[in-house]
Ligand binder design. Structure first.
Ligand code: UTP
Length: 292
């Protein structure tokens, strides 16, 4: 079985749910304590053994590229002032992984964004990490998906049971059990199902492992839900043809493209960060006493 070495992070979306901030600051650059959301994705990929990462970006999102570059002025100034730990931390970010950037040019949907990565991917299986889905887990989710791929040799999508309201905003999968716990066999799926069109309460959340045959399917896509080229429609074709696998992954997922996801991710990480844990805990306990 081919090793999973490459990941794509589509991060070119307009982030309309996070307006007004997102028109000036890419939602992928919103902080979780002191690190931008996208750095958690890169870290997860690296911890999963991924060697090459392509971020799909757009003309207003240069801040992402700058974050993974070495800032020589900071490096020189911090070193001169003896702030060696801080300088080392910034160098560590610049050396974290081979991160490449490619502009989508037109925001035509997630499927279209992934389609831009065909020559980067070549003929290898690869992972797509949805740019606004941050997942905190013991075993990085990309690794969890790779393990299922190593067993079955077919595409694998990361799923969770969701509420009926969420199902309508995400996707719904038709699945049958397999002999592996938390792994199901998926034979169809639908993006943003209307009431009555759902298959199950399982939705794809943030991570999918695909094989390169998806690119021909993406190239032949018609616009789907919301008039966008939907990656779900391409994966549905694969599911209907030969079946794919779905893994109910272990981990807590935060939608950084939503205001509530942004706030809860910060509280969760803030309660674990050595500089903020104690103060934030005291603040929350005090605040909770005043809440009804
Ligand atoms: P979303 O639908 O969650 O992102 O796409 P969005 O379009 O930015 O969000 P809203 O609804 O306007 O708030 C899932 C992922 O796909 C990327 C997004 O950046 C996000 O990480 N995406 C989406 C692209 O890269 N290109 C697109 O054309 C659309």
């Amino acid at each position: 079985m081919q090793k999973i070495r490459k990941a794509i992070i589509p991060a070119a979306g307009l982030g309309t749910r996070m307006l007004p901030i997102s028109h000036a600051v890419p939602k992928e650059m919103l902080p979780i304590v002191d690190m931008p959301a996208i750095s958690y994705l890169v870290e997860e990929a690296v911890k999963s053994g991924i060697e090459e990462i392509l971020v799909i970006t757009n003309r207003d999102k240069d801040a992402m590229e700058n974050f993974f570059d070495l800032n020589v002025e900071y490096d020189t100034t911090l070193t001169a002032k003896g702030k060696l730990e801080e300088a080392e931390r910034l160098r560590g970010i610049a050396n974290m992984a081979n991160v490449y950037f490619l502009r989508q040019r037109e925001t035509k949907g997630l499927g279209h964004a992934v389609g831009r990565a065909r020559s980067f991917v070549g003929d290898e299986p690869f992972i797509v990490m949805y740019g606004d889905d941050i997942i905190f887990s013991e075993v990085p989710v990309c690794r969890q998906l790779a393990e299922v791929y190593e067993k079955y040799g077919r595409p694998v999508v990361g799923v969770k049971p969701v509420t009926p309201e969420q199902l309508r905003k995400y996707s719904s999968l038709k699945v049958d059990p397999t002999d592996t716990e938390r792994v199901t066999f998926c034979t169809d799926m639908i993006e943003k199902p209307k009431p009555g069109c759902e298959f199950s309460n399982l939705s794809i959340l943030g991570r999918v492992l695909l094989t390169p045959d998806v690119f021909d399917i993406i190239d032949a896509l018609e616009p789907g839900a919301g008039g966008e080229y939907q990656l779900t429609d391409a994966m549905a074709k694969m599911a209907r043809a030969d079946g794919i696998y779905a893994l109910e992954f272990e981990g807590e997922r935060f939608d950084m493209g939503s205001k509530l996801g942004f706030l809860t991710a910060n509280i969760t990480k803030g309660l674990a960060h050595p500089e903020t844990a104690e103060g934030l805990r005291e603040y929350i306990l005090e605040l909770a006493r005043t809440l009804k």
